[in-house]
Design a binder for this molecule. Structure first.
Ligand code: NAD
Length: 293
Protein backbone atom coordinates (compact mmCIF):
# COMPACT_ATOMS: atom_id res chain seq x y z
CA UNK A 1 0.00 0.00 0.00
CA UNK A 2 1.36 3.36 -0.98
CA UNK A 3 1.75 6.03 1.67
CA UNK A 4 3.85 8.50 -0.32
CA UNK A 5 2.37 11.58 -1.90
CA UNK A 6 2.36 11.00 -5.66
CA UNK A 7 3.80 14.00 -7.50
CA UNK A 8 1.62 14.64 -10.54
CA UNK A 9 4.00 15.74 -13.31
CA UNK A 10 1.17 16.24 -15.80
CA UNK A 11 -0.58 18.71 -13.50
CA UNK A 12 2.62 20.60 -12.61
CA UNK A 13 3.54 20.78 -16.32
CA UNK A 14 0.06 22.08 -17.21
CA UNK A 15 0.38 24.79 -14.51
CA UNK A 16 3.80 25.77 -15.88
CA UNK A 17 2.44 26.01 -19.43
CA UNK A 18 -0.47 28.16 -18.24
CA UNK A 19 1.97 30.47 -16.45
CA UNK A 20 4.14 30.65 -19.58
CA UNK A 21 1.12 31.43 -21.79
CA UNK A 22 0.35 34.42 -19.58
CA UNK A 23 3.97 35.64 -19.66
CA UNK A 24 4.10 35.25 -23.45
CA UNK A 25 0.87 37.27 -23.78
CA UNK A 26 2.34 40.01 -21.54
CA UNK A 27 5.54 40.08 -23.59
CA UNK A 28 3.49 40.52 -26.76
CA UNK A 29 1.30 43.27 -25.37
CA UNK A 30 4.06 45.17 -23.56
CA UNK A 31 6.97 44.78 -25.99
CA UNK A 32 5.45 43.46 -29.23
CA UNK A 33 7.67 40.38 -29.01
CA UNK A 34 6.59 36.79 -29.80
CA UNK A 35 9.12 34.08 -28.88
CA UNK A 36 9.89 31.66 -31.73
CA UNK A 37 11.09 28.07 -31.46
CA UNK A 38 12.54 26.09 -34.37
CA UNK A 39 12.71 22.31 -34.08
CA UNK A 40 14.80 20.37 -36.58
CA UNK A 41 14.13 16.69 -37.23
CA UNK A 42 16.36 14.60 -39.49
CA UNK A 43 15.02 11.22 -40.59
CA UNK A 44 12.05 9.07 -39.67
CA UNK A 45 12.66 7.89 -36.09
CA UNK A 46 9.05 7.24 -34.91
CA UNK A 47 9.64 8.35 -31.28
CA UNK A 48 11.38 11.54 -32.44
CA UNK A 49 8.48 12.31 -34.79
CA UNK A 50 6.02 12.09 -31.87
CA UNK A 51 8.22 14.34 -29.69
CA UNK A 52 8.55 16.92 -32.45
CA UNK A 53 4.80 16.94 -33.09
CA UNK A 54 4.07 17.43 -29.37
CA UNK A 55 6.68 20.16 -29.08
CA UNK A 56 5.19 22.06 -32.02
CA UNK A 57 1.65 21.72 -30.66
CA UNK A 58 2.54 22.90 -27.15
CA UNK A 59 4.66 25.77 -28.51
CA UNK A 60 1.63 27.13 -30.36
CA UNK A 61 -0.64 26.54 -27.34
CA UNK A 62 1.42 28.88 -25.16
CA UNK A 63 1.28 31.56 -27.89
CA UNK A 64 4.78 31.15 -29.33
CA UNK A 65 5.80 31.00 -32.98
CA UNK A 66 6.64 27.40 -33.96
CA UNK A 67 8.71 26.32 -36.95
CA UNK A 68 9.44 22.69 -37.84
CA UNK A 69 12.15 21.64 -40.27
CA UNK A 70 11.76 18.01 -41.30
CA UNK A 71 14.76 16.84 -43.27
CA UNK A 72 15.40 13.66 -45.18
CA UNK A 73 17.39 10.85 -43.49
CA UNK A 74 20.16 11.36 -46.08
CA UNK A 75 20.59 15.09 -45.45
CA UNK A 76 24.29 15.94 -45.46
CA UNK A 77 26.08 17.32 -42.43
CA UNK A 78 26.92 20.44 -44.47
CA UNK A 79 23.24 21.08 -45.27
CA UNK A 80 22.24 20.63 -41.63
CA UNK A 81 25.02 23.00 -40.53
CA UNK A 82 23.81 25.55 -43.07
CA UNK A 83 20.26 25.30 -41.68
CA UNK A 84 21.50 25.79 -38.10
CA UNK A 85 23.47 28.88 -39.23
CA UNK A 86 20.40 30.23 -41.00
CA UNK A 87 18.32 29.77 -37.81
CA UNK A 88 21.11 31.37 -35.73
CA UNK A 89 20.77 34.47 -37.93
CA UNK A 90 16.94 34.50 -38.08
CA UNK A 91 15.57 37.23 -35.78
CA UNK A 92 12.12 35.52 -35.62
CA UNK A 93 13.75 32.44 -34.03
CA UNK A 94 14.80 32.67 -30.38
CA UNK A 95 15.26 28.97 -29.65
CA UNK A 96 16.70 26.14 -31.75
CA UNK A 97 16.33 22.46 -30.94
CA UNK A 98 17.89 19.74 -33.05
CA UNK A 99 16.10 16.50 -32.20
CA UNK A 100 18.44 13.67 -31.19
CA UNK A 101 19.45 11.06 -32.17
CA UNK A 102 20.80 12.26 -35.52
CA UNK A 103 21.64 9.78 -38.32
CA UNK A 104 25.06 8.16 -37.90
CA UNK A 105 26.75 10.05 -40.77
CA UNK A 106 26.21 13.35 -38.93
CA UNK A 107 28.49 14.51 -36.11
CA UNK A 108 25.96 15.44 -33.39
CA UNK A 109 28.52 17.27 -31.27
CA UNK A 110 29.52 19.49 -34.20
CA UNK A 111 25.88 20.34 -34.91
CA UNK A 112 24.99 21.06 -31.26
CA UNK A 113 28.10 23.20 -30.81
CA UNK A 114 27.16 25.26 -33.88
CA UNK A 115 23.87 26.39 -32.32
CA UNK A 116 24.17 29.95 -30.99
CA UNK A 117 24.50 29.43 -27.19
CA UNK A 118 21.89 32.17 -26.65
CA UNK A 119 19.40 30.11 -28.74
CA UNK A 120 20.44 26.73 -27.31
CA UNK A 121 17.16 25.84 -25.57
CA UNK A 122 18.41 22.30 -24.83
CA UNK A 123 21.21 23.84 -22.74
CA UNK A 124 23.78 21.35 -24.10
CA UNK A 125 26.26 23.88 -25.60
CA UNK A 126 29.57 24.01 -23.65
CA UNK A 127 29.00 27.74 -23.11
CA UNK A 128 25.74 27.04 -21.29
CA UNK A 129 27.31 24.14 -19.35
CA UNK A 130 30.00 26.58 -18.19
CA UNK A 131 27.54 29.35 -17.38
CA UNK A 132 25.50 26.93 -15.24
CA UNK A 133 28.63 25.76 -13.42
CA UNK A 134 29.66 29.30 -12.47
CA UNK A 135 26.11 30.37 -11.64
CA UNK A 136 25.59 32.81 -14.53
CA UNK A 137 22.25 33.33 -16.22
CA UNK A 138 22.00 30.55 -18.78
CA UNK A 139 19.82 28.07 -20.61
CA UNK A 140 19.63 24.91 -18.49
CA UNK A 141 18.83 21.38 -19.80
CA UNK A 142 15.09 20.71 -19.67
CA UNK A 143 14.78 17.38 -17.83
CA UNK A 144 17.00 18.53 -14.91
CA UNK A 145 15.01 21.77 -14.66
CA UNK A 146 11.75 19.79 -14.63
CA UNK A 147 13.09 17.47 -11.92
CA UNK A 148 13.90 20.41 -9.64
CA UNK A 149 10.51 22.03 -10.23
CA UNK A 150 8.82 18.75 -9.21
CA UNK A 151 10.92 18.48 -6.03
CA UNK A 152 10.05 22.08 -5.18
CA UNK A 153 6.36 21.40 -5.79
CA UNK A 154 6.38 19.35 -2.57
CA UNK A 155 9.12 21.26 -0.71
CA UNK A 156 9.57 24.82 -2.01
CA UNK A 157 12.84 25.39 -0.12
CA UNK A 158 15.40 22.60 -0.62
CA UNK A 159 18.10 24.39 1.41
CA UNK A 160 20.31 22.08 3.44
CA UNK A 161 18.82 18.83 2.17
CA UNK A 162 21.11 15.87 1.54
CA UNK A 163 20.51 15.22 -2.16
CA UNK A 164 21.80 12.14 -3.94
CA UNK A 165 21.81 12.08 -7.74
CA UNK A 166 22.25 8.63 -9.25
CA UNK A 167 23.86 8.97 -12.70
CA UNK A 168 26.47 11.39 -14.04
CA UNK A 169 25.42 11.92 -17.66
CA UNK A 170 25.83 15.30 -19.32
CA UNK A 171 22.13 15.58 -20.07
CA UNK A 172 20.71 14.67 -16.65
CA UNK A 173 23.05 13.72 -13.79
CA UNK A 174 25.64 16.51 -13.97
CA UNK A 175 23.28 19.43 -14.69
CA UNK A 176 20.76 18.28 -12.07
CA UNK A 177 23.60 18.18 -9.51
CA UNK A 178 24.52 21.78 -10.44
CA UNK A 179 20.92 22.88 -10.01
CA UNK A 180 20.73 21.19 -6.59
CA UNK A 181 23.86 23.09 -5.53
CA UNK A 182 22.13 26.27 -6.65
CA UNK A 183 19.21 25.26 -4.36
CA UNK A 184 21.69 24.99 -1.45
CA UNK A 185 21.53 21.20 -1.14
CA UNK A 186 24.47 19.07 -0.02
CA UNK A 187 24.98 17.10 -3.20
CA UNK A 188 26.37 13.61 -3.78
CA UNK A 189 26.62 12.15 -7.27
CA UNK A 190 26.51 8.34 -7.27
CA UNK A 191 27.34 6.42 -10.44
CA UNK A 192 28.33 3.03 -11.84
CA UNK A 193 31.61 2.98 -9.87
CA UNK A 194 30.15 4.12 -6.53
CA UNK A 195 30.86 1.69 -3.71
CA UNK A 196 28.01 0.56 -1.48
CA UNK A 197 25.47 2.64 -3.38
CA UNK A 198 22.57 1.56 -1.16
CA UNK A 199 24.07 3.20 1.91
CA UNK A 200 24.88 6.37 -0.10
CA UNK A 201 21.27 6.60 -1.30
CA UNK A 202 19.95 5.83 2.19
CA UNK A 203 21.41 9.15 3.47
CA UNK A 204 19.34 11.17 1.02
CA UNK A 205 16.46 13.49 1.87
CA UNK A 206 16.09 13.93 -1.88
CA UNK A 207 16.90 11.24 -4.47
CA UNK A 208 17.12 11.96 -8.18
CA UNK A 209 17.48 8.73 -10.13
CA UNK A 210 18.81 8.96 -13.71
CA UNK A 211 20.42 5.59 -14.28
CA UNK A 212 18.60 3.96 -17.18
CA UNK A 213 18.19 0.62 -15.35
CA UNK A 214 14.59 -0.52 -14.75
CA UNK A 215 13.57 -0.37 -11.06
CA UNK A 216 17.21 -0.09 -9.96
CA UNK A 217 16.51 1.74 -6.68
CA UNK A 218 14.80 -0.55 -4.18
CA UNK A 219 12.44 0.41 -1.36
CA UNK A 220 14.93 -0.49 1.39
CA UNK A 221 17.50 1.98 -0.05
CA UNK A 222 15.21 4.88 0.74
CA UNK A 223 15.17 6.93 3.92
CA UNK A 224 11.60 7.13 5.27
CA UNK A 225 9.98 10.39 4.15
CA UNK A 226 12.49 11.16 1.35
CA UNK A 227 11.49 12.95 -1.85
CA UNK A 228 12.07 10.63 -4.83
CA UNK A 229 12.31 12.03 -8.36
CA UNK A 230 12.52 9.24 -10.92
CA UNK A 231 13.93 10.42 -14.26
CA UNK A 232 14.21 6.95 -15.78
CA UNK A 233 12.05 5.84 -18.67
CA UNK A 234 12.50 2.14 -19.41
CA UNK A 235 10.30 -0.11 -21.49
CA UNK A 236 10.07 -3.65 -20.09
CA UNK A 237 8.26 -6.74 -21.21
CA UNK A 238 5.40 -8.06 -19.08
CA UNK A 239 4.72 -11.80 -18.64
CA UNK A 240 1.94 -11.56 -21.28
CA UNK A 241 4.48 -10.32 -23.86
CA UNK A 242 3.14 -6.75 -23.89
CA UNK A 243 5.39 -3.92 -22.72
CA UNK A 244 5.07 -1.21 -20.10
CA UNK A 245 7.09 1.79 -18.96
CA UNK A 246 8.89 1.76 -15.63
CA UNK A 247 11.31 4.15 -14.00
CA UNK A 248 14.72 3.69 -12.41
CA UNK A 249 13.01 3.28 -9.02
CA UNK A 250 10.91 0.32 -7.93
CA UNK A 251 7.73 2.34 -7.50
CA UNK A 252 5.70 -0.23 -5.55
CA UNK A 253 8.42 -0.64 -2.93
CA UNK A 254 9.53 2.99 -2.83
CA UNK A 255 6.07 4.49 -2.51
CA UNK A 256 5.62 2.70 0.85
CA UNK A 257 8.71 4.36 2.31
CA UNK A 258 9.12 7.71 0.53
CA UNK A 259 7.42 10.93 1.59
CA UNK A 260 6.70 11.82 -2.01
CA UNK A 261 7.52 10.23 -5.35
CA UNK A 262 7.11 10.81 -9.08
CA UNK A 263 5.40 8.03 -11.06
CA UNK A 264 6.58 6.72 -14.44
CA UNK A 265 4.92 7.61 -16.72
CA UNK A 266 3.36 10.89 -15.59
CA UNK A 267 6.21 12.32 -13.50
CA UNK A 268 9.33 13.91 -14.95
CA UNK A 269 8.43 13.06 -18.58
CA UNK A 270 5.65 15.65 -19.04
CA UNK A 271 7.89 18.38 -17.56
CA UNK A 272 10.49 18.20 -20.32
CA UNK A 273 8.53 19.99 -23.07
CA UNK A 274 7.13 22.54 -20.61
CA UNK A 275 10.72 23.36 -19.58
CA UNK A 276 11.73 23.63 -23.24
CA UNK A 277 9.08 26.34 -23.63
CA UNK A 278 10.28 27.98 -20.41
CA UNK A 279 13.78 28.05 -21.94
CA UNK A 280 12.44 29.53 -25.19
CA UNK A 281 10.88 32.39 -23.22
CA UNK A 282 14.09 32.85 -21.21
CA UNK A 283 16.21 32.81 -24.41
CA UNK A 284 13.96 35.52 -25.90
CA UNK A 285 14.23 37.68 -22.79
CA UNK A 286 18.03 37.26 -22.68
CA UNK A 287 18.34 38.19 -26.36
CA UNK A 288 16.22 41.31 -25.81
CA UNK A 289 18.12 42.36 -22.68
CA UNK A 290 15.05 41.82 -20.47
CA UNK A 291 15.07 40.25 -16.98
CA UNK A 292 13.87 36.65 -16.44
CA UNK A 293 10.08 36.39 -16.22
P1 NAD B 1 23.04 7.61 -19.43
O1 NAD B 1 23.06 6.20 -19.86
O2 NAD B 1 23.73 8.66 -20.26
O3 NAD B 1 23.66 7.73 -17.96
C1 NAD B 1 23.34 6.80 -16.98
C2 NAD B 1 24.16 7.06 -15.76
O4 NAD B 1 23.84 6.07 -14.79
C3 NAD B 1 25.65 7.00 -15.99
O5 NAD B 1 26.24 8.22 -15.57
C4 NAD B 1 26.14 5.85 -15.14
O6 NAD B 1 27.31 6.17 -14.38
C5 NAD B 1 25.00 5.62 -14.18
N1 NAD B 1 24.91 4.19 -13.92
C6 NAD B 1 24.86 3.17 -14.83
N2 NAD B 1 24.83 1.97 -14.18
C7 NAD B 1 24.85 2.25 -12.86
C8 NAD B 1 24.85 1.45 -11.70
N3 NAD B 1 24.81 0.13 -11.77
N4 NAD B 1 24.89 2.06 -10.51
C9 NAD B 1 24.92 3.41 -10.43
N5 NAD B 1 24.91 4.23 -11.49
C10 NAD B 1 24.89 3.65 -12.69
O7 NAD B 1 21.50 7.97 -19.20
P2 NAD B 1 20.75 9.39 -19.17
O8 NAD B 1 20.67 9.96 -20.53
O9 NAD B 1 21.26 10.22 -18.04
O10 NAD B 1 19.27 8.89 -18.79
C11 NAD B 1 19.00 8.22 -17.57
C12 NAD B 1 17.55 7.76 -17.57
O11 NAD B 1 16.71 8.90 -17.69
C13 NAD B 1 17.17 6.87 -18.75
O12 NAD B 1 16.21 5.92 -18.30
C14 NAD B 1 16.53 7.80 -19.74
O13 NAD B 1 15.58 7.16 -20.57
C15 NAD B 1 15.86 8.76 -18.82
N6 NAD B 1 15.64 10.12 -19.38
C16 NAD B 1 14.40 10.65 -19.21
C17 NAD B 1 14.12 11.93 -19.69
C18 NAD B 1 12.76 12.50 -19.46
O14 NAD B 1 12.30 13.34 -20.20
N7 NAD B 1 12.10 12.10 -18.41
C19 NAD B 1 15.11 12.66 -20.34
C20 NAD B 1 16.39 12.11 -20.46
C21 NAD B 1 16.64 10.82 -19.96
Amino acid sequence: MSSARIIDGKAVAADLRAELAKKVADLKSQHGIQPGLAVVLVGEDPASKVYVRNKGKQTVEVGMHSVEHKLDENTSEADLLALVQQLNNDPAINGILVQLPLPKHINSELILNTIDPDKDVDGFHPTNVGRLAIGERSLVPCTPTGSIILAKSVQPDLTGLDAVVIGRSNIVGKPVAQLLLRENCTVTIAHSRTRNIQSVVKRADLIIAAVGIPEFVRGDWIKPGAIVIDVGINRIEKPDGKTRLVGDVNFDEASIVAGSITPVPGGVGPMTIACLLKNTLEATLMQKGLPSA
